[in-house]
Design a binder for this molecule. Structure first.
Ligand code: CTP
Length: 397
């Protein structure tokens, strides 16, 4: 589950065309377990009504500073004080200026001043307005006070022109929210290297030897490590997955490239988690031209050589090494051998056929002291969270 579960979020929507994207943003936050209070400014109400947001959040949508106070609700003070995070998306040039100056003309800016929660801003405006020195200076002021600014992105703007000023996509803003909420987590101040996906070993310019790994498990681990406050380097084989917000991603194709990337990335790192499905062999030579059926006849024999074992080859004092074991039989026995031979602190063993390509995974944790924890089948995001909890315990002692 996401770190957003149980989080109180105040979502301020201000008057820009991108306001419609914030309906999806509210929905994504709610789906990940957050309680979302929306403040819709007067300008935003020109683009969006409160009904959809009310239905999604199952909470009142606020507007006026003069909402009646009750025993449990002291207007902007309650909204400000009870939030773990304040998101302003889209943030217009006007609201950015008001927040920078500490002006409080409406419910959103008043609640922002009544809050000590971190501030996440997703600006959306025309290119010239975004580049204006006043806007840049105001963003700088907010950043200097600890605010996180996500986006804006380049692309087609409301005017029809191309430029910088598109609000970041809701999924990116959710990622940024997770990073902020996780900042004081159990891996705060730690550097974690995670590998994910399968490697590809070229045979000729168009063909490769590969495997069916999708990268889902490794990407979930990278996200959980960010949720726990770690700085994450993600060394990834080819995949269509989105990079978790805040991870530094290094793309590789082959096992040898992965070894080079990992060897460099683990410098100064606290933990390496090798969830990648690394090819054990590669073609002895890569053909410079496409292999032709007409030259080969009925059979094709490949001359393969072993790849280096990445996790076995790296290590420095204090580096915690966690490996996976993808098995189709004798799971624990094979995992225990890998644990010993590769000098690991933990092996996450799974059934390769069940795990590859699936959203869920049933893993067994195999420890150097002989302990074996068989976990139930659960979503890979939950497996990732449990692995990261164990990493926290290993680091602590
Ligand atoms: N691994 C690695 N370098 C390799 C092969 C595997 O670092 N060349 C890592 C994997 O990322 C995983 C662990 O070693 O964390 C075990 O990988 P697995 O494929 O299960 O086992 P192998 O060691 O390759 O042995 P086998 O294929 O014979 O089961």
């Amino acid at each position: 589950m996401s770190i957003l579960r149980g989080a109180r979020i105040l979502l301020g929507i201000t008057g820009g065309v991108a306001a419609h994207k914030s309906v999806d943003l509210a929905s994504k936050l709610v789906q990940q377990g957050a309680t979302v209070d929306v403040v819709l400014t007067d300008a935003a109400r020109n683009f969006l009504g409160p009904a959809g947001l009310q239905a999604i959040t199952r909470r009142p949508v606020y507007g006026s500073v003069f909402e009646p106070w009750t025993a449990d609700f002291a207007g902007h003070i309650t909204l400000g004080e009870e939030s773990d995070l304040l998101i302003v998306a889209p943030a217009t040039v006007n609201v950015v200026a008001e927040l920078a100056l500490g002006l409080a003309p409406d419910m959103l800016t008043t609640a922002a001043l009544a809050s000590t929660a971190p501030l996440l801003i997703a600006p959306a405006m025309e290119d010239t307005m975004f580049r204006h020195p006043a806007m840049q200076q105001n963003l700088e002021t907010l950043r200097a006070r600890g605010a996180m600014v996500v986006g804006p992105e380049s692309g087609r703007l409301a005017s029809g022109e191309q430029g910088i000023g598109r609000m970041s996509e809701p999924a990116t803003i959710v990622g940024a929210a997770r990073k902020i909420l996780g900042r004081n987590g159990i891996l705060q101040g730690r550097r974690i290297v995670v590998t994910a996906g399968g490697t590809r070993e070229a045979l000729d310019p168009v063909r490769y030897l590969g495997n069916r790994s999708t990268g889902l498990m490794g990407y979930a681990i990278a996200q959980s490590a960010i949720d726990a406050g770690a700085a994450v380097t993600l060394v990834s084989g080819p995949t269509s997955l989105d990079t978790p917000y805040g991870a530094e991603r290094i793309d590789v194709q082959t096992a040898v490239e992965m070894k080079e990337a990992v060897t460099e990335a683990v410098n100064g790192a606290d933990v390496i988690i090798m969830s990648a499905a690394v090819a054990d062999y590669r073609p002895n030579a890569v053909r410079s031209e496409k292999i032709k059926k007409s030259e080969l006849g009925a059979t094709l024999s490949l001359d393969l050589v072993t790849n280096p074992d990445i996790i076995a080859s790296i290590g420095h004092d204090g580096l915690i090494k966690i490996g996976f074991a993808a098995e189709t039989s004798n799971l624990v026995e094979h995992a225990q051998r890998k644990l010993r031979e590769k000098g690991l602190h933990l092996v996450v063993a799974n059934n390769a056929e069940q795990a590859i390509g699936s959203r869920d995974n049933q893993v067994t944790l195999v420890w150097p002291n002989g302990d074996v924890d068989q976990l139930p089948l659960m979503p890979k995001s939950d497996v990732a969270e449990l692995v990261i909890e164990r990493v926290g315990t290993l680091l602590a002692g």
